[in-house]
Design a protein around this ligand. Sequence first.
Ligand code: ADP
Ligand code: ADP
Ligand code: ZN
Length: 217
Amino acid sequence: MRLILLGPPGAGKGTQARRLVAKHGIVQLSTGEMLRAAAAAGTPVGKRAKEIMDRGDLVPDDIMVEIIADRIAQPDCVNGFILDGFPRTVAQADALHKMLGTIGGSLEHAVSLSVPNDELLKRLSGRRTCRDCGAMYHIIFDPPTNEGLCNKCNGELYQRDDDHEDIISSRLEVYESQTSPLLNYYRNHRQLVEVDGIGGRDDVLARILAKVGISKP
Ligand code: ADP
Ligand code: ADP
Ligand code: ZN
């Protein structure tokens, strides 16, 4: 199965992608995580991306398309994947369409998680991320058992540089102007599945599974 998770920052794409991976063994491809790993490793692409991410802007399409093309050519993606954070522009969606065409595959669904802006602000300002495994927490909605430490790997939880209020509002604007046109794009391709992203994580996961036709384990 090949899926895209669409939605504004804070909609729960990463949270739900990780659950799908854990429960259904689908490979998760998170471009945000890939860029943060490259930034932490200090690679040239990582350094350039970090500056752009910290402003809340999008990394140029050519860089993103190359990263994803390399990644989906890996053997673990043969049976499918779930894209979390890509595509984010119509140009990226077109590039993905071409890439899948060359490997003879297609996309099953583009799942859009909708969450209103006031809730997104609360989610993003309280988000904490594990430095070691990338797991997401929330200081109020999903606190870790031990403050500041990841439940899964005991890694340090930190607040992303782009999860501060002034940058969050720019990211929401960037989503509106550059990414939200993808909803119509996938609607026109008859691949769009719209899911209400409000409510408990398990409820949201159940809605996604029902709409994409994966049965519960
Ligand atoms: P995205 O990848 O779309 O930016 P995340 O999955 O990182 O979003 O979630 C953003 C924040 O909201 C995180 O702190 C996460 O713990 C929290 N969160 C995710 N899903 C829910 C939910 N259904 N209800 C409340 N908070 C949630
Ligand atoms: P979010 O929580 O906003 O969904 P991500 O972790 O997916 O965050 O992305 C963080 C940042 O990484 C974005 O604000 C952007 O700067 C960059 N980024 C990630 N994916 C892409 C992409 N497909 N195209 C351009 N920039 C991207
Ligand atoms: Zn961890």
